[in-house]
Each structure stands twice: as C-alpha cells, then as structure tokens.
Write a protein that binds this ligand. Sequence first.
Ligand code: ZN
Length: 164
Amino acid sequence: MKIEKDRVVRFHYTVAEAGVSEAGQEPLETSKERDPLAILFGHGNIIPGLETAMEGREAGESFGTDVTAADAYGERRDGLSQRVPKKHFGEQKLEPGMQIVLNTNFGPRAVTVQKVGLSVVDVDLNHPMAGKDLHFDVEIVEVREASKEELEHGHVHGEGGHHH
Ligand code: ZN
C-alpha cells in the first residue's frame, strides 16, 4: 500500500544537519530508541519537506532526503527571545544552550535556554532546528488506511498515536 493522503504511516527517522560532515555528527533527533512515529499523512502533522519525500512510498522502504530550512522549521527570526520566570521550569537544572520543552499558551514548544538568572530565564523561542537545512534518514514501518474516527480527529489512534 502506497503512502497517500488519509493513510496512516508509521516510520523511524533520524535527522541531522545537512551539509555538515556526517562522520562523527551526532543526530539532532532520532526515533530509533523509541517506538516508530505514527502520523496521519497529508494533514500537516510533519514538516512539509518530509511529507513530500514520503509520498508514494511503501512499508519496508528506507530512504534519505535533504530538506531545506524553508521546507522544515523555517528560517530563524531575530527578536524571539523571551524572559520567563524560573518557576515555570520546575526542578530541572538549566544551562545555556539546553533545549527544553516549555508549556506556553500555544501549547508545548521547544525552546533553547540562553541565559539563566536567579529568578528569570531568557529563552530563544525559535525552534531549535529553525534556519537549518536537514538530512533525514527514514524507514517506513507500516502503511494502512486511517479509520473514520482518525480522519475526524485529524490524528492517529493506538500504537504510536493518541490514546484517549
Ligand atoms: Zn483522537
């Protein structure tokens, strides 16, 4: 079964910065030590460049693809620093350069810690992968039809998806 709109895709991925020597480069993120990610295809649940590269493929296929920043997390924007009370970070130990997920009014958001003060923390709200051209290695694990309920909700249920 080929990957197309309204089908559920489960896949493993590893993402690294494109154009940087792959030897010795730590991946930015990988699903390899977790369960595969499950998405409802064609609903903008993953970055546009990856969705384009996946279309038409089948379970068992592996491929690598480069995605430009514009088709990934967009360009970095200046002036996206924000000062946040330290209490919002709970007990975790904070260091500049650290990437953490902060609960904001717009939902959870990945941010980068810039400066840690006594009672406030400066964070950069740009997505940590913003401004970067990325290289993805992808392994398609499963392709199936979405259920009527999944289509209504706009996300995957069960393995690798939402439980509710
Ligand atoms: Zn649901």
